[in-house]
Design a protein around this ligand. Structure first.
Ligand SMILES: Cc1cc2nc3c(=O)[nH]c(=O)nc-3n(C[C@H](O)[C@H](O)[C@H](O)COP(=O)(O)O)c2cc1C
Length: 366
């Protein structure tokens, strides 16, 4: 009795999960979601139920298979089911031609439906399309957007990045320099690509970094550039060429204590030159600041809007650098044209979880 009820429950669950797997698969296909958590969970449940069903029905299944393949070496003798005389062979349930025909037709129909129904945007359709525009549409807020996107976007990563083993260099904390009025700096700001090659002072580099992403409100702590949700996804890697008091090399800026960590020492101008496709201002620049983003810092909260925010924030930071450099009488130039892999490798980030998004070269003009 209990066995039969259990059987029935498994069969009903099987039908239910089968339906949700099919529906979630169709929905994921329709929305162009390459990985759907709901579909995956549903599929795992389905596998578990199919296995349970097979175990429970193994005897009937075996008899049916034998019936279908004609393997009747040992006829099953079950007097209670025997037709006619006691001891006559039991009727072995077999797959009928009709059921085989129906299943076959359904499988073929499902295959062709899946192939030809215009549910999925095929890769060839996306090829050559402007993915930026696809992303822009996809990341629009709205009720439909809320329903169709995943609810959980991963954990919040730490706010600060640490290079525990690196040599640490404290930066001067005297931020009293008063240069141009902001209106004047805006008027005078230009992208400058010709530098004298003379060194920057450590004070100037310190002021540039503070103006870009330094902590300006320690109680919260808030920084010089605005950031959506004060999540601060950006990291700055100064590649130092000539700055008095600093060895040439790749550094990482630590806003927490306004200091630099030396990641690797050396002259990396040739890597910068190839990484920027031969933009030779990087050879004479005193420093090239690589601005990278740890996307997850913004993504866990702002989800599909995160990529927009991160790039907007890099723009804010870049403009702060432009204005601070102009105010200091230095020449800045934003660099958006660079080979991602080369620059990511240069600063030691993986290009996925953290990637370079913008470069700014800064040098002395006289
Ligand atoms: C996002 C962005 C990317 C840029 N990329 C480069 C670049 O790769 N190389 C370059 O020489 N200038 C680059 N520039 C600087 C522009 O060429 C410059 O801003 C433009 O010519 C206007 O000149 P101005 O900045 O002096 O007003 C970039 C500017 C921005 C905002």
């Amino acid at each position: 009795m209990w066995g039969k009820r259990f059987d029935l429950i498994i069969t009903l669950l099987l039908l239910l999960v089968l339906t949700t797997t099919a529906l979630s698969g169709l929905l994921a296909d329709y929305l162009g979601i390459p990985r759907s958590l709901y579909h995956r969970l549903s599929a795992y449940c389905l596998v578990a139920l199919v296995v349970s069903h097979i175990i429970l029905k193994r005897h009937q299944l075996w008899l049916r298979l034998k019936g279908a393949t004609g393997l009747r070496s040992k006829p099953a003798v079950r007097p209670e089911h025997a037709e006619g005389k006691p001891g006559a062979p039991a009727r072995v349930p077999s797959l009928s031609r009709r059921s085989l025909l129906i299943s076959g037709t359904a499988a073929v129909a499902a295959f062709f439906l899946g192939r030809w129904l215009p549910l999925e945007r095929s890769p060839s359709e996306l090829e050559g399309a402007d993915l930026g525009s696809v992303y822009h549409q996809w990341s629009k807020p709205g009720l439909w957007g809320m329903i169709r996107k995943p609810f959980y976007w991963g954990k919040r990563p730490p706010l600060y990045k640490d290079y525990a083993a690196a040599q640490r260099i404290a930066l001067p904390r005297d931020f009293r320099y008063r240069g141009l009025f902001v209106e004047e700096a805006i008027e005078r700001r230009r992208s400058i690509r010709d530098y004298s090659g003379k060194p920057l002072t450590l004070e100037q580099l310190s002021l540039l970094l503070h103006s870009a992403y330094g902590i300006t409100e320690p109680s919260h702590p808030l920084r010089a550039s605005p950031s959506a949700g004060a999540l601060y996804p950006l990291e700055i890697y100064p590649i130092v060429n000539v700055v008095s008091g600093l060895a040439r090399g790749v550094y990482h800026y630590r806003p927490r204590d306004h200091s630099l960590d030396l990641i690797k020492e050396g002259d990396f101008r040739s890597s910068l030159l190839t990484g920027t496709g031969g933009q030779d201002m990087v050879l004479q620049a005193s420093v090239v600041l690589v601005i990278a983003a740890i996307f997850q810092r913004t993504r866990w909260k702002y989800q599909e809007r995160a990529y927009r925010y991160v790039l907007l924030e890099a723009g804010h930071l870049g403009e702060n650098l432009y204005l601070a450099a102009t105010s200091l009488g230095l020449g800045p130039c934003g660099i958006g044209a660079f080979f991602d892999d080369e620059i990511n490798r240069l600063v030691g980030v993986d290009g996925k979880d953290e990637a370079a998004v913008y470069l700014v070269s800064i040098g002395r003009v006289s």
